[in-house]
Design a protein around this ligand. Structure first.
Ligand code: KIV
Ligand code: NA
Length: 266
């Protein structure tokens, strides 16, 4: 069976079907989500926080995104794999964006790329799409701007900010984006944006009325250390389960219970 394409994603909106997206950063985890039927996997620059040990997404490089995107593509058969363009890889302008997006498509084999920004990134979206690279845009809270925000504040509150968010979403749609992530915006505004657009909205902290929902997989699975944002639902306590397994292994080794007869060659 063939891979999901951006056309399938567009068709889902026409049929009013909701769909899930998860992040993935390695082949093994990606294969689990692929076999579970998750149609779209994002190799997010959230890998900075939850896979590479950085404090934010800001330090993530093209080399890192390319390496891990290639692994996710190798680990999957069905999913549309979307590679995130990291901070500094597209802000200089459309030509820089095209050079780096082309690298992700050619070296990693992703089916689409994602970048942050609405009106400010419309020129980049337009050149990529006209060059044959599908683009998922990302508006509302854009984490690569953490140093400008001074944190991760909810976006689009108040009439002026709401109008700007609508303009941003329309700008990337007009530029040819096949979908747009809405991050950390009031549910009512996300619903209005979703109604106003012909392309699917992918919500994260954006309420129930988006066309799709995305979570960072380590948040979804309860692998993340410490507090998680309000919008996260944890479906598993993976951090505890894995830690308990490691402790049991350690006890078995120290106490001599592992390896036992079934694990031994003679
Ligand atoms: O990097 C990421 O994981 C993302 C999603 C949260 C949308 O951009
Ligand atoms: Na991201």
């Amino acid at each position: 069976s063939r891979r999901i394409t951006v056309r399938d994603v567009a068709a889902a909106k026409a049929r009013d079907e909701k769909w899930p997206m998860l992040t993935a950063y390695d082949a093994m985890t990606a294969s689990v989500f692929d076999e579970a039927g998750i149609p779209v996997l994002l190799v997010g620059d959230s890998m900075g926080n939850c896979h590479l040990g950085y404090e934010s997404t800001v330090p993530v490089t093209m080399d890192e995104i390319t390496l891990l995107s290639a692994a996710v593509v190798r680990g999957t058969k069905r999913a549309l794999v979307v590679g995130d363009l990291p901070f500094g890889s597209y802000q200089e302008g459309p030509v820089q964006a095209l050079r780096n997006a082309t690298r992700l498509v050619k070296e990693a084999g992703v089916g689409a790329v994602k970048l942050e920004g609405g009106e400010r990134s419309a020129g980049q979206v337009e050149l990529l799409v006209s060059s044959g690279i599908p683009v998922m845009a990302h508006v509302g809270l854009t984490p690569q701007s953490v140093n400008a925000y001074g944190g991760y504040p909810v976006q689009g509150r108040g009439e002026e900010a709401a109008q700007q968010l609508l303009r941003d979403a329309k700008a990337v749609q007009d530029a040819g984006a096949f979908a747009v992530v809405l991050e950390a915006v009031p549910s009512e505004l996300a619903a209005e944006v979703t109604r106003s657009l012909a392309i699917p909205t992918v919500g994260i902290g954006a309420g129930p009325d988006c066309d799709a929902q995305v979570l960072v997989w380590t948040d979804m699975a309860g692998m993340t250390a410490g507090r998680v944002p309000k919008f996260v639902k944890q479906y598993l306590a993976l951090r505890k389960l894995l830690g308990d397994a490691a402790k049991e292994f350690a006890e078995d080794v120290v106490g001599g219970a592992f390896p036992a007869e079934p694990h031994v060659f003679h």
